[in-house]
Design a protein around this ligand. Structure first.
Ligand code: COA
Length: 363
């Protein structure tokens, strides 16, 4: 057996396909490039959830329902964000607030769970800084409202498009650890809130969705392009992994890395972020890829989604300790879609383990 369950097929899904050899991601029949070019968050939510609930689902009605749910959920923050909760890392505070949402398996539950982290994360971040949280605006798209609730300003078109591109890019990705966790919980019919809570708990680990914050630490540590090789060599000499590189499935460049690199360019080109950061990131990326090739010649280690995520979310004004929470905002729709697929078509997930411990002494 392989302890990471590599190559084990544990579910059949119509939701997404990750082709690690070709570096291709398909979400419900649409390639990632096409999806990012044509979709906002609400479009990909409609695509992923279509047919999984009784309701007819389209992007316009999702936008309206998400707006109303954001407004309704704001009272949860006001009621529950005490000092103990606010002392937690943002993703843990969001998880604690999510746990207050009633479990259910209907579309209304799905909408609440997609809206909740979009409201909770900006509110938690503001409260942690000592600022008052900003009420949601139901008339805005989910992305525009998240940025407005974060900064207090209506975002520019480039910023909203950048966050939409991010949320679309990370909306679903095969049977990754958090999605598997969501499906395991769904297979017990515990309800969608329970699935999302399990998934967010899996996501926060640094080997899954916790990497982009450390990517930014790495950029800051390197500081100047000319320091890249020496700094990275030193990190590798000390047994560290370079954050934003390597992937369990992709043996070539993660297609999401390029989708995000494309998405962040208009924000930097229009002077809304420091263009020097892109040049630094590109220099570090090139040095890291060269070093990883030298040190691990037999293991293709390429840029993954987290690398340009760090640059994009930083440019949009999210603090680095919040990046995992933003990932959760985007991936919740994928977790819900998988949970529903599992509930509708699957059985209780109950694999076997092989006992390798001691046997009872013979009498
Ligand atoms: N930097 C340096 N070395 C790395 C590396 C990285 N980012 N990723 C993998 N390696 C090395 C491992 O140390 C291991 O070397 P060894 O055989 O000498 O022990 C070898 O490559 C294989 O690694 P393995 O742990 O089998 O890969 P995996 O498939 O289990 O891990 C990741 C995939 C994503 C967990 C791993 O690449 C990683 O930790 N990346 C950094 C964190 C990150 O960016 N996470 C976000 C993922 S989207």
């Amino acid at each position: 057996m392989k302890s990471g369950l590599e190559d084990v097929i544990a579910a059949e899904t119509k939701l997404s396909d990750v082709d690690g050899a070709a570096g291709r991601l398909i979400i419900r029949g649409v390639s990632l490039d096409d999806l990012v070019a044509t979709s906002r968050f609400e479009d990909v939510a409609a695509l992923l959830l279509d047919g999984l609930f009784d309701e007819h689902i389209d992007a316009t009605s999702i936008r309206t329902q998400l707006g109303a749910a954001r407004v309704a959920l704001f009272s949860h923050v006001e009621a529950a964000a005490d000092a103990t909760l606010l002392a937690l890392p943002p993703v843990d505070a969001v998880r604690a607030l999510l746990a207050r949402i009633e479990d259910g398996e209907d579309f209304a539950s799905a909408i609440r769970l997609m809206a909740a982290p979009a409201v909770f994360l900006p509110a938690v971040l503001r409260l942690q800084k000592g600022d008052a949280p900003i009420k949601p605006d139901a008339s805005l798209s989910q992305s525009a409202d998240i940025l407005r609730m974060l900064t207090g300003r209506v975002p520019t078109a480039e910023q909203t498009a950048g966050l939409d591109a991010y949320l679309v890019t990370i909306s679903d990705h095969g049977l990754n650890a958090s999605t598997f966790a969501s499906r395991v919980i769904a297979s017990t019919h515990a309800g969608l809130t329970s699935s999302v809570l399990a998934a967010i708990s899996a996501l926060k680990g640094p080997l899954h969705g916790g990497a982009p914050g450390p990517v930014l630490d790495m950029l800051d540590g390197v500081g100047k392009p000319e320091n890249a090789r020496e700094w990275l060599s030193h990190a590798l000499d000390h047994g560290e992994r370079l954050m934003g590189f390597g992937h369990r499935i992709y043996r070539v460049r993660d297609p999401r890395a390029d989708a995000l690199k494309t998405a962040l360019k208009p924000i930097f080109a229009s002077g809304q972020a420091d263009a020097g950061r892109i040049a630094l990131a590109e220099a570090i990326e090139a040095a890291a890829l060269a070093l990883l090739k030298e040190r691990k010649p037999d293991r293709p280690l390429e840029t993954n989604v987290e690398y340009y995520t760090a640059l994009l979310l930083d440019a949009l004004g999210f603090p680095r300790n919040a990046f995992t929470g933003v990932f959760a905002i985007g991936r919740t729709v994928g977790w819900i879609a998988h949970a529903r697929e599992q509930t509708l078509d699957g059985r209780l997930i109950r694999p076997q383990s092989r006992y390798v411990g001691p046997l009872p002494k013979a009498a």
